[in-house]
Design a protein. Structure first.
Length: 406
């Protein structure tokens, strides 16, 4: 049996929505992008949502909007995908890495210890779709002693008056926080990824959620960022295409990172049935939990803890008391059965670029401990009970073959 790791969910509704875009004669940014923004806005509870061509470009744009410049620091976890740190570099800042906790997410104590007068933003990451401790993080940046440390270096920073919290919500569309608050509405800014392997996809894409406090006007900021995502051009392509509408102006240093309607069509059809898709992901997660609860070597990933609930994006299984080499051999054994698994993630300090920039994995022991024994299992709505039983058997047999324990 061949079981892929994370195929996109494509049904007739998705196909029809894309075909509708093709037949419309308008395939770049237009009505379907706006409809998708509205769907995500209504679902997440965010004040405004702007769709762009990737999480990474959205994060770069928002850090540039914040006024990040050389020497400014942005706190991130050491355990995340490279885009989290690369966005900081591309925006002109310096990433400051802190260790994680046993639930994969960034340590709030680590954040506090890393804050300096150079700190302009904190970029927590909802690993596997499980939310970080945002009550604690938002309380931290609003504490008088922390606000006193903050040294604004741009007009936006002065207006905010404290460190910005930008949630890397790439995995967590559909996750809920305390009191049922959905991810996307719990921090100043949150950015979802709509990449091909995510719960909701547009092939490539991202969705920036704006929830800035007063005196910011999120609606006005949406308009500004929309233009910024189109090279700060005063007219979009649709307006320019109308008879006599050719004249435009460029009002700033923008980026070309808009999402196209043909991409938005995929996500739009999926968002309309997302509660159903999320229910199916939770079903798969539950089957794994039931199976691995019987094994004393298995550490199940967090799902529902202290009022927080995952988006069930990744089933990040950990295996007790094994080495990194043993984990790799277990993955090799699973692959022989035709089951595709993955690892989320290789900690940043283990990657060449970050090692060359002075980061050392020895400084992040929990991140390494999470990584060395983690195996991500397939989790998506299309998985059948028969396929899940096959995956579970493959994992258990691989463990027995490598670790030799009962």
């Amino acid at each position: 049996m061949k079981i892929p790791f994370s195929p996109p969910y494509i049904n007739e509704d998705v196909i029809n929505e894309v075909v509708d875009s093709l037949k419309s004669g308008w395939i770049t940014t237009g009505p379907k992008v706006k409809a998708l923004e509205d769907e995500i806005k209504n679902y997440s509870g965010a004040k405004e949502v702007l769709c762009v061509n990737s999480w990474t470009s959205g994060a770069i744009m928002m850090l540039r909007w914040l006024g990040i410049r050389e020497g400014d620091e942005v706190i991130i976890p050491a355990y995340t995908y490279s885009a989290t740190a690369l966005a900081v570099y591309h925006a002109g800042g310096t990433p400051v890495m802190v260790d994680t906790t046993a639930d994969f997410n960034i340590s709030v104590t680590g954040i506090r210890n890393a804050i300096s007068p150079k700190t302009k933003a904190i970029l927590p990451v909802d690993i596997a779709g499980f939310p970080c401790d945002y009550d604690e993080i938002m309380n931290l940046v609003n504490k008088p002693d922390v606000k006193k440390i903050f040294k604004p270096a741009s007009a936006v920073q002065k207006k905010l008056g404290r460190i910005l919290v930008l949630n890397d919500a790439a995995h967590s569309l559909g996750a809920t926080y305390t009191n049922g608050i959905k991810t996307g509405s719990e921090t100043d800014i949150a950015i979802f990824s709509l990449h091909a392997v995510k719960n909701i996809t547009t092939g490539e894409g991202g969705a920036i959620c704006l929830n800035l406090p007063e005196p910011f006007d999120n609606e006005a900021l949406y308009g500004k960022l929309r233009r910024m995502s189109l090279n700060c051009q005063t007219k979009d392509a649709f307006s320019k295409s109308k008879a006599g509408g050719w004249r435009y102006d460029i009002t700033g240093l923008g980026m070309k990172i808009n999402m196209a309607d043909i991409n938005a069509a995929i996500g739009l059809a999926q968002m309309r049935i997302y509660p159903e898709l999320l229910k199916e992901r939770k079903r798969v997660f539950g089957v794994y939990n039931d199976a691995f609860s019987q094994e004393n070597w298995a550490v199940k990933p967090p799902a529902i803890v202290r009022g927080k609930e995952s988006s069930y994006h990744i089933y990040a299984l950990r295996i007790k008391d094994i080495t990194e080499a043993q984990r790799d051999r277990i993955i090799d054994e699973i692959a022989k059965t035709g089951v595709a698994v993955n690892v989320h993630f290789i900690p940043l300090p283990m990657l060449t670029f970050f090692k060359e920039n002075g980061f050392n994995i020895k400084d992040y022991p929990q991140a390494y401990n999470n990584y060395k024994c983690e195996i991500s299992l397939p989790i998506y709505p299309q998985l059948t009970e028969k396929e899940l039983a096959y995956i579970i058997k493959a994992v258990k047999n691989a463990y027995q073959s490598v670790a030799g324990q009962t």
